[in-house]
Design a protein around this ligand. Sequence first.
Ligand code: HEC
Ligand code: HEC
Ligand code: HEC
Ligand code: HEC
Ligand code: HEC
Ligand code: HEC
Ligand code: HEC
Ligand code: HEC
Ligand code: HEC
Ligand code: HEC
Length: 359
Amino acid sequence: MVRADGRPVVVRPDAFAASIHGGLSCIDCHADLATVSDFPHPERLAPVSCASCHDEPAAGLMRSVHGTVSAAAGGALQCAACHGPPHQIKPSSDFESPTHKLQIAETCAECHSGLTGPGARRGPAVAGMFADSIHAMALERTTVAPACTDCHHSHDILRKTDAKSPVHPPNIPAACGTCHGEQRRLFGDSVHAERLAAGSPGAPQCASCHTAHRMAATASDEWQLAAVEQCGTCHREALATYRDSVHGQVTALGFTPVAKCADCHESHQVYRVTDARSSVSPQNLLTTCRTCHPSATPNFVQFQPHANKEDRDRLPALYYAALFMDGLLLSVFVFFAAHTLLWFARERIGPSDEGAHHG
Ligand code: HEC
Ligand code: HEC
Ligand code: HEC
Ligand code: HEC
Ligand code: HEC
Ligand code: HEC
Ligand code: HEC
Ligand code: HEC
Ligand code: HEC
Ligand code: HEC
C-alpha cells in the first residue's frame, strides 16, 4: 500500500521486532487504534506521543534550542531527527543506533556541517572542526573521549548564551573538568578564573586557549606558537614587548625551544605578577628561568622579558638609554642630512667639472 505522497504504509515486521520497542504492541503507541473496531481504520491517525512513555527526554527537547527552531527554519526537531525511523529505534548502547556514542557526531553533523539537513534545518557548522580534533581521534580508540553530547547534553541542549548551558563561558571549566580534573583544579584559582567568576566578559576559559571543537595536542610546535598569539589577543602590549625580546624574536622565526608565555607564566596557574604564587614573582623568578638556564644567577634575571623603553617610571635606566640612543640617531641623521645638502649645493653652484673638461 502506498500513500498519496508516495510513502509506503508498511511496517517491516523483522525490523520492528529487532527494535527496542519490539515487545510493545502496535496500539501501545497508536493508542487511538485501541478503540477502533471497524477495519480498515481511518486513514489519518493521531500522531504518536513518545512523551507518554518518555516524559523526561521529551520535556528536555521541548525546552532546548532544538525544540524552539522557528517554523521558517524548519520547525522543532522530532525524536526521529536523532533516533531514526520510529519503528526501528535501537537503544543507544547498540552500535547501530544513531545515538550510540561513536555515531553521535555523524548524527549531529546532518545539520551542523554547513549543509542543509532534514526540513531545511541548519545549525552552526562545527562538525568539521570536531572531526579534525584530538577528541574525535581519541574517540576512535576509547569511549572515554567526548562526543558532542558529553559537552552539550542530549535533549536539553541550550544555546551557549544561555546561563544554564554547560558551554556558557563560566560553566566551561566544569564541563571540561569532568575529564580534565587536574587542569580544572590548577586553573581554578588563577587570575583568569577569578575574572571569569566575577563575570568579566574579557576573561579566558578553557575554550579561549584551546578552541571549543578543534582541540589539538598541545605538544606540537604549531600549537605552541599559536598559543603565544592567543595570549596576545588579550595581552597586546605584553605580546609586543615580548616580540622585542630575544625569546620573542626566536619564536617569531618559528623556533620553539625558547621561553614562550606559558613557560614563564604557567599555562593554567596564571597569577598576577605581584602574587607570591606567580611563577614570575620575585620569589619564584630565578627557579623559573633556571628550568632552561640552569646556571642563571640573580643578576641574570634582571633581564627584562617585557622591556618597554617608553615606560620611564618602571624602567628608568632603559628609558634614558633609549632616549640617548634615539637622540644619537637623530643627531647623526641631522648631521649627515646637512652634510649631503651642502655637498649637493656645492655640486650645483660650484664650477662644473664637466664644463672644464670640454672647455
Ligand atoms: C514506539 C511507538 C510505535 C510503535 C510500537 C508502533 N508505531 Fe507505528 N508509528 C510510530 C510513529 C512515531 C509513527 C510516525 C507518525 C506519527 O508520528 O504518528 C508511526 C507511523 C506508522 C504508520 C504510518 C507510516 C507512515 O509512514 O506514515 C503505520 C502504518 C504504522 N505506524 C503502523 C504500525 C504498526 C502496524 C505497528 C505494530 C507492528 C506500529 N506502527 C507500532 C510509532 C510506533
Ligand atoms: C538532538 C538529538 C536527539 C533528539 C532530537 C532526541 N534524542 Fe533521545 N537521545 C539522544 C542521544 C544522543 C541519546 C543517548 C545519550 C543519552 O543517553 O543521553 C538519547 C537517549 C534517549 C533515551 C534513553 C536515555 C534516557 O534518557 O532515558 C530515550 C528514552 C530517548 N533518547 C528518547 C527520546 C525522545 C522520546 C525524543 C523525542 C521527544 C528524543 N529522545 C529526541 C539524542 C536525541
Ligand atoms: C508505550 C510506551 C512507549 C512509547 C509510546 C514509546 N516508547 Fe520508547 N521505550 C518504551 C520502553 C518500555 C522502552 C524500554 C524497553 C527496554 O528497555 O527493553 C523504550 C525504550 C526506548 C529507547 C531506548 C532507551 C535506551 O535505553 O537507550 C529509546 C531511544 C526510545 N524508547 C525512544 C522512543 C521514541 C523516539 C518514541 C516515539 C517514537 C518512543 N520511544 C515511544 C516505551 C515506549
Ligand atoms: C569538548 C567539548 C565539546 C564537544 C565534544 C563539542 N562541543 Fe560544541 N561547544 C563546546 C563549547 C565549549 C562551545 C562554546 C564555544 C564558545 O564559547 O564559542 C560549543 C559551541 C557549540 C555550538 C555553537 C557554536 C556557535 O558558534 O554558535 C554548536 C552548534 C555546537 N557546539 C555543536 C556541537 C556539535 C554538533 C558537536 C559534535 C560534532 C560538538 N558541539 C562537540 C564544547 C564542545
Ligand atoms: C535536524 C537538524 C539538527 C540536528 C540533527 C541537530 N541539530 Fe543542533 N541545531 C539545529 C538547528 C536548526 C539549530 C538552531 C539554529 C538557530 O536557531 O540559531 C541548532 C542549534 C544547536 C545548538 C545551539 C547553538 C548556539 O546558538 O549556541 C547546539 C549547541 C546544537 N544545536 C547542538 C547539537 C548537537 C550536539 C546535536 C546532536 C546530538 C545536534 N545539535 C543535532 C539543527 C540540528
Ligand atoms: C569525556 C571526557 C572529555 C571531556 C569532557 C573533554 N576532554 Fe579533552 N580529552 C579527552 C581525551 C580522552 C583526550 C585524548 C588524550 C590523548 O589522546 O592523549 C583529550 C585531549 C585533550 C587535549 C589535548 C591534550 C594534550 O595531550 O595535549 C586538550 C587540550 C583537551 N582535551 C582539552 C579539553 C577541553 C578544553 C575540554 C572542554 C571544552 C575538554 N578537553 C573536554 C577527554 C575529554
Ligand atoms: C590562558 C590559556 C589557557 C587556558 C584558559 C587553559 N589552558 Fe590548557 N593549556 C594551555 C597551554 C599554554 C598548554 C600547554 C602547556 C605546556 O605545553 O606546557 C595547555 C595544556 C593543556 C592540556 C594538556 C596537558 C597539560 O596540562 O599540559 C590539557 C588537557 C588542557 N590544557 C586542558 C585545559 C582545560 C580543561 C582548561 C580549563 C579548565 C584549560 N586547559 C584552560 C593554555 C590554557
Ligand atoms: C622570559 C619569561 C617571560 C616570558 C616569555 C613572558 N613573560 Fe610576561 N612577564 C614576565 C615577568 C618576569 C613579568 C613581571 C615583570 C614585568 O612586568 O616586566 C611579566 C609580566 C607580565 C604581565 C603583567 C605586567 C603587564 O605588563 O601588565 C603580563 C600580562 C604578561 N607578562 C603576559 C605575557 C604574555 C602574554 C607573554 C607572551 C606573549 C609573556 N608574558 C611572556 C616574564 C615573562
Ligand atoms: C580571553 C582573554 C585572555 C587570554 C586569551 C589570556 N588572558 Fe591573561 N588575563 C586576562 C584578563 C582579563 C586578566 C586580568 C586582568 C586584570 O584584571 O587586571 C589577565 C591576567 C593575566 C596576568 C596577570 C597580569 C597582572 O596584572 O599581573 C598574566 C600574567 C596573564 N594574564 C598571562 C596570560 C598568558 C600567559 C596567557 C596565555 C597562555 C593569557 N594570559 C591569556 C585575559 C586573557
Ligand atoms: C623554556 C625555556 C626558557 C625559559 C623558561 C627561559 N629562557 Fe631565556 N632563553 C632560552 C633559550 C633557548 C635561549 C636562546 C639560546 C641561547 O642562545 O642561549 C634564551 C636566551 C635568553 C637570553 C639571551 C642571552 C643568552 O643567554 O643567550 C636571556 C638574557 C634570557 N634568555 C633570559 C631569560 C630569563 C631572565 C628567564 C626567566 C625570566 C628566561 N630566559 C627563561 C630558553 C628559556
